[in-house]
Design a protein around this ligand. Structure first.
Ligand SMILES: Cc1cc2nc3c(=O)[nH]c(=O)nc-3n(C[C@H](O)[C@H](O)[C@H](O)COP(=O)(O)OP(=O)(O)OC[C@H]3O[C@@H](n4cnc5c(N)ncnc54)[C@H](O)[C@@H]3O)c2cc1C
Length: 376
């Protein structure tokens, strides 16, 4: 039977970043590591359906994993992009508000400073008019370290480097069940390309569950894991619309996040070619579907008009949707990432990640770094 030192379930950005960081660390450089993925290739799910924004670390409660790993992850991510020629642009972002909400900008600036993000700058309406003439707002905060990146190239660079370091990538391979053995874990997998199926069982000393939207389902099939350590996960869909026509903005533009909602508000972001898109909204769903209803364009235009009055729903075309794995149910306050080790669930060698929604892309290398340091 094949034996590995580490098995990572899931080749989204989190599984790939964990594989990359392990393969770069002195302690794991010579170890046998495998990344298994049911799809034909990496990054098919949450990791290719997001805003591709490198977040600064402004919004998250001080001391939370989101705050800590976003700030550290941002630094590691920009360094990685420079080192491996991953396209990125530290374009900067405006968070805009009308007079009535100015105090909430001040609160955000205070929160950011507590998280170690001290580069936010107040912008008055005159300067805003010069920088972003299409925006209607009384005040703004400018975050110079917020940026965008080509997330596909980023994931490709993680996998390519990890493979060069000896990591094995196993596409078409879904972990079905995880049994315990004296050597760690017995991984029962199904290898299928849709035409034929094959069962394959192997051993690993460490098992890292990075299965994104399926992490809690997979956890239910881990022998000996108490259900009390498996959180409920809720799917929260976010739709995007492309803006047709030349970009009206020079930076990313975000409204003040609505209180107690699960997203940052319908904002404008851009891809590496400068094409503008708006989104994501937040809608709790029961079924996994990536359909974007074109009729939503009107509601999007209404939200966007608060800060960009010239918007017309006719300029918005359905683009794509992503699904967030939320630990908070609808109406509940946002929850932190969960990264569970032996001290929580009592199973040596098992690491589980739940609720890795935004800013997971930004935080990915810091999550990988933390896991590489924590594994015995
Ligand atoms: C709408 C939206 C916008 C976002 N915007 C941003 C942003 O701008 N900036 C930012 O930093 N973050 C953002 N995020 C968050 C970020 O995209 C996620 O945190 C990140 O992509 C999660 O990656 P993942 O690897 O956990 O999940 P995934 O990419 O879904 O990867 C999980 C993988 O596990 C595989 N898998 C499932 N079951 C099994 C199994 N049994 N065995 C083996 N493999 C399995 C799946 O096939 C999948 O490939 C956004 C998220 C959403 C939804």
């Amino acid at each position: 039977m094949d034996k590995f030192d580490v098995c990572i379930a899931g080749a989204g950005v989190i599984g790939l970043a964990v594989a990359f960081q392990l393969s770069e660390s002195t302690r794991f450089k010579t170890k046998k590591i495998v990344v298994t993925e049911p799809e034909a290739n990496f990054g098919h799910h949450i990791s290719s359906r997001n805003s591709e924004v490198v977040h600064a670390g402004i919004y998250y409660p001080t001391g939370s994993l989101k705050a800590k790993l976003c700030v550290r992850g941002k630094q590691l991510l920009y360094e990685h992009c420079r080192r491996y020629d991953v396209p990125f642009h530290m374009v900067g972002k405006f968070i805009v508000a009308q007079k009535v909400n100015a105090h909430r900008l001040a609160t955000l600036q205070g929160q950011a400073a507590k998280n170690g993000v001290s580069d936010l700058v107040w912008i008055n309406d005159n300067r805003l008019k010069t920088e972003e003439p299409a925006i209607k707002a009384d005040y703004a905060l400018f975050s110079p370290s917020t940026g965008i990146l080509d997330s596909h190239s980023f994931m490709q660079s993680l996998l390519y480097t990890a493979e060069n370091n000896g990591v094995m990538f196993a596409p078409y391979t879904q972990i079905k069940a995880v049994a315990r053995s004296t050597a760690g874990f017995m991984l029962d997998t199904c290898i299928t390309d849709g035409k034929s199926e094959q069962r394959y069982i192997f051993q690993a000393e460490h098992f890292i569950n990075c299965a994104g939207l399926d992490a809690h389902h997979l956890a239910k099939n881990i022998d000996g894991l108490s259900p009390t350590h498996i959180p409920s996960v809720h799917m929260c869909k976010g739709d995007y619309f492309n803006y047709s026509g030349p970009s009206p903005f020079n930076h990313l533009v975000y409204p003040i996040p609505e209180q107690n909602t699960q997203g940052l508000g319908v904002h404008s972001t851009m891809d590496m070619m400068g094409n503008v898109r708006f989104g994501p909204d937040s809608e709790y769903v029961d079924q996994l579907s990536y359909f974007v209803d074109p009729r939503k364009a009107k509601a999007f235009a209404q939200d966007i008009a608060d800060y960009f009055p010239e918007i017309s729903s006719k300029k918005l075309q359905p683009a794509y949707a992503g699904i967030r794995p939320k630990l908070a149910a609808e109406g509940e306050p946002p929850a932190d990432f969960i990264i569970q080790h032996n001290d929580v669930h009592g199973i040596p060698g098992l690491v589980q990640l739940f609720g890795i929604d935004s800013p997971g892309l930004t935080a990915s290398l810091a999550i990988g770094e933390e896991i590489a340091m924590a594994l015995p």
